[in-house]
Design a protein around this ligand. Structure first.
Ligand code: BDR
Ligand code: CA
Length: 314
């Protein structure tokens, strides 16, 4: 039976690749809902981008719930400098006809998880963790009910991408991240240390395009444009394809290597959003996450291309 999942996201192109891969994996994954949050772009745009991506592949049946417009107790810091004004620069997709589902994303998360048996639903988080933190606040039994949380976020030995020590998703809402990491549910954290090894090199994007389907052509252009910022910043051929690692981990965990460790979140100003990973177990603090640090990048792109290409209906 396919594993029920919810994907919480702030669609830029790499977020969309992740949830479309899930739709392209019906034997393994049952995508109950997409929930959106303000992050890479304001909420109205991240929600619209989710709907655009679903329309592109002809999959209108997946409900999209809009959630928090911004962090728990800070102003939202968007990332148009990376993803463009609409969060989806590089290929003009039409205004979606689809509408968001009625309801607030944190409520949808609670309702969908609590309606299913214990440890049934996996929460996949690709964005600032505000929606999940709000859901945990509304329903404290949620943590015990989740199968696990798999999230893209954080950084340790690699350093940060929005500050010397913090990765964007955790930096934007560190108070939410702190609440999630303390909730007691099993957590898999996929930090920059892992995603920075998985670059959208030209040869990989050429393979993606060569599939020859219209949505693959669209994602070729979206990812090419989207990774220009990182290519210039890091001097690499391609940029990190962050968020699909979460879905790839569910499908092919053997592509990844990591360790069970203690992770704490800094909410201090200078180190805001830093994920303090006790890789060597020096603190004696209890383990609260599996942190992934190794990835088979070729195997990863194989599964990304295979499952993304299967997302389109017809
Ligand atoms: C994360 O930030 C966003 O820009 C990406 O979608 C990814 O979730 C990487 O730091
Ligand atoms: Ca994201």
């Amino acid at each position: 039976m396919a594993r029920p999942i919810i994907i919480d996201t702030d669609p830029s192109p790499d977020d969309a690749v992740a949830f479309l891969m899930a739709l392209g994996s019906p034997d393994e994954l049952d995508l109950l809902a997409i929930t959106t949050v303000g992050g890479n772009a304001p909420l109205v745009l991240t929600t619209k981008n989710a709907l655009k991506a679903l329309e592109l592949v002809g999959r209108p049946e997946t409900p999209v719930y809009a959630g928090a417009a911004g962090p728990l107790c800070r102003n939202l810091e968007t990332a148009e400098y990376v993803h463009g004004e609409n969060g989806f620069e590089g290929f003009d997709l039409p205004e979606p006809k689809l509408k968001p589902a009625a309801g607030f994303a944190p409520d949808a998360i609670v309702d969908l998880v609590m309606a299913r048996p214990e440890r049934a639903v996996t929460m996949c988080c690709l964005a600032p963790l505000t929606n999940l933190a709000l859901a945990l606040a509304r329903e404290p039994r949620l943590a015990a009910r989740l199968e696990r949380i798999v999230l893209m976020g954080g950084a340790f030995s690699e350093g940060g991408n929005v500050s010397p020590c913090a990765e964007y998703n955790i930096y934007v809402d560190p108070e939410a991240a702190r609440r999630v990491f303390a909730c007691g549910a099993p957590i898999v954290m996929i930090p920059l240390d892992c995603t920075h090894q998985a670059l959208t090199a030209k040869a990989r994007l050429a393979r993606l395009r060569a599939v020859g389907k219209p949505h693959m052509e669209a994602f070729f252009h979206l990812l090419t444009a989207n990774k220009r910022f990182d290519e210039a910043k890091y001097g690499t051929d391609g940029g990190p394809l962050h968020d699909p690692t979460v879905v790839a981990y569910l499908l092919r965990p053997e592509l990844f290597g990591g360790r069970d460790v203690s992770v704490e979140i800094s909410c201090d100003e200078m180190t805001r959003g830093m994920t303090i990973v006790d890789w060597w177990g020096v603190t004696g603090r209890p383990v609260n996450a599996k942190v992934l640090r190794a990835i088979d990048a070729e195997g990863y792109f194989d599964i990304v291309i295979e499952r993304l290409s299967r997302a389109a209906r017809g």
